[in-house]
Design a protein around this ligand. Structure first.
Ligand SMILES: CC(C)(COP(=O)(O)OP(=O)(O)OC[C@H]1O[C@@H](n2cnc3c(N)ncnc32)[C@H](O)[C@@H]1OP(=O)(O)O)[C@@H](O)C(=O)NCCC(=O)NCCS
Length: 400
């Protein structure tokens, strides 16, 4: 089928079910198809997805856009993000702006439709519905027919990101026929502790009096909405220290159910743990708060946090969000090791650990490595070149 006879459409309910049936084969893992469909249907009502935040898109014939024989599909999650444009003349006035952005997931073509350029075309068309129109070329490529119809309720995104399991493929999926204007891979770096390899540096930190406070799932959710505010303050401060060529900073925010999604989608895994999981995060208060009246609820800049989820194959505790300083990082690592061991995890993994902590992590048994999967990749919908754009907080919490 010619590419011009196809277009991008928000999926009907029947197409959503069909796309999930297809992806089940790839990502169903230990679930039955029924469990997989039920889990996804339940998560449609979660904060990060409801109210049209989650849209399934299909690449389908223009003649029959509701057909279940669509060529491929993907999902987009509308999210809140922050963008800070640096003003080199008055850097002290740089303030982050809250913007709409998108996370993209579940790009899938069934075997029978693969290697015909369908997934690439779908991803290329996605820019024409998600991106700020000012960032798009003035004309739609003629060879592709008419542009996809943009739902009027869809907000324009200042940036989007995906986590590639197919290398740099998405870089070739730009809004034009050029093969280089798509999503750019950035910092696929993991810090990993292998707990199997005799790392016995574990103590019961629950009683160690290090000023640690365990967090329930509810506490973690509250914490992340406060963290959103903190990230804004940090971003303004970071702008002052970034390199001259770095003209734009952006970040996803962990609140509004975004970090929570990391736990929800793996509930079928950790629900079976014995002992059951009580804690999903830890806070270490500062010993001497510098901000008067600061408490956990206000997350002063001295407060350190780590939140996590669990995955299997191999059993791993994934840190979803980390905020620490040099003094507190070691205590958080002890807490992570304690929790990982308690639940029989073989690994602890952190994405993009700040440089300041890398040496300490190594001293405490970690290795740093470039991942071959889940490569974070972003598309910046602005005039700036990707090399001038900084992705802050490129951590596990925003993965989807
Ligand atoms: C990835 C996928 C969507 C591509 O669909 P498609 O319609 O065949 O894609 P296109 O025809 O537009 O492009 C194919 C190109 O994608 C790239 N590609 C596909 N799978 C790849 C992989 N596993 N690793 C690296 N590149 C890959 C290759 O460059 C391939 O070129 P080829 O056809 O010459 O081999 C499809 O293979 C799929 O659904 N895979 C299983 C699910 C998956 O891994 N999704 C990606 C999650 S990030």
């Amino acid at each position: 089928m010619s590419l011009s006879s196809l277009s991008l459409f928000p999926a009907t309910q029947a197409q959503i079910i069909e796309s999930r049936r297809r992806t089940f084969k790839e990502w169903g893992r230990s679930m039955t198809e029924e469990e997989y469909l039920r889990r996804d249907a339940e998560m449609d009502n979660d904060e990060h997805a409801f109210n049209r935040k989650l849209i399934t898109w299909v690449l389908c014939s223009r003649e029959d856009p509701e057909s279940l024989e669509f060529k491929c599909s993907c999902e987009t999650f509308r999210r809140k993000g922050l963008v800070l444009r640096r003003n080199s003349e008055q850097p002290n006035n740089d303030m982050p702006e809250e913007v709409t952005c998108y996370a993209i997931a579940s790009v899938f073509a069934p075997e029978r439709f693969r290697h015909r350029g369908y997934a690439k075309h779908m991803m290329r068309l996605l820019h024409w519905v998600l991106a700020l129109s000012s960032s798009l070329p003035s004309t739609f490529p003629e060879a592709w027919g008419f542009p996809p119809e943009r739902p009027i309720w869809l907000a324009y995104g200042h940036f989007s990101a995906l986590w590639s399991d197919v290398g740099h493929f998405y870089q070739s999926c730009g809004p034009t026929t050029s093969d280089s204007e798509g999503w750019v891979v950035r910092d696929a770096i993991s810090t990993v502790w292998d707990l199997k390899a005799g790392d016995m540096d574990v103590e019961d930190v629950s009683v160690s009096g290090r000023g640690l406070q365990w967090l329930s799932a509810g506490d973690v959710e509250t914490l992340h909405s406060v963290d959103d505010q903190r990230i804004m303050v940090d971003m303004a401060a970071m702008s002052l220290h970034s390199n001259p060529g770095e003209t734009v900073l952006f970040s996803f925010l962990p609140g509004q159910g975004v970090e929570t999604f990391q736990r929800r989608r793996l509930e079928h895994v950790w629900r079976k743990f014995k002992p059951s999981v009580e804690y999903w995060g830890v806070v270490r208060e500062s010993k001497c708060p510098t901000e008067p009246g600061a408490t956990t609820a206000t997350l002063d800049k001295q407060t350190s946090i780590a939140t996590w989820t669990f995955d299997l194959k191999p059993p791993t505790l994934f840190v979803t969000r980390l905020r620490a300083n040099k003094e507190t990082f070691v205590d958080l690592v002890s807490a992570l090791k304690f929790v990982a061991r308690k639940h029989g995890m073989e690994k602890i993994e952190i994405w993009n650990l700040p440089e300041a902590h890398k040496k300490i992590a190594q001293d405490y048994g970690a290795v740093h490595m470039e991942r071959g999967e889940h490569l974070p990749a972003f598309k910046w919908n602005g005039a700036e070149s990707p090399s001038n754009v900084v992705w802050l907080n490129n951590e596990k919490f925003c993965w989807c």
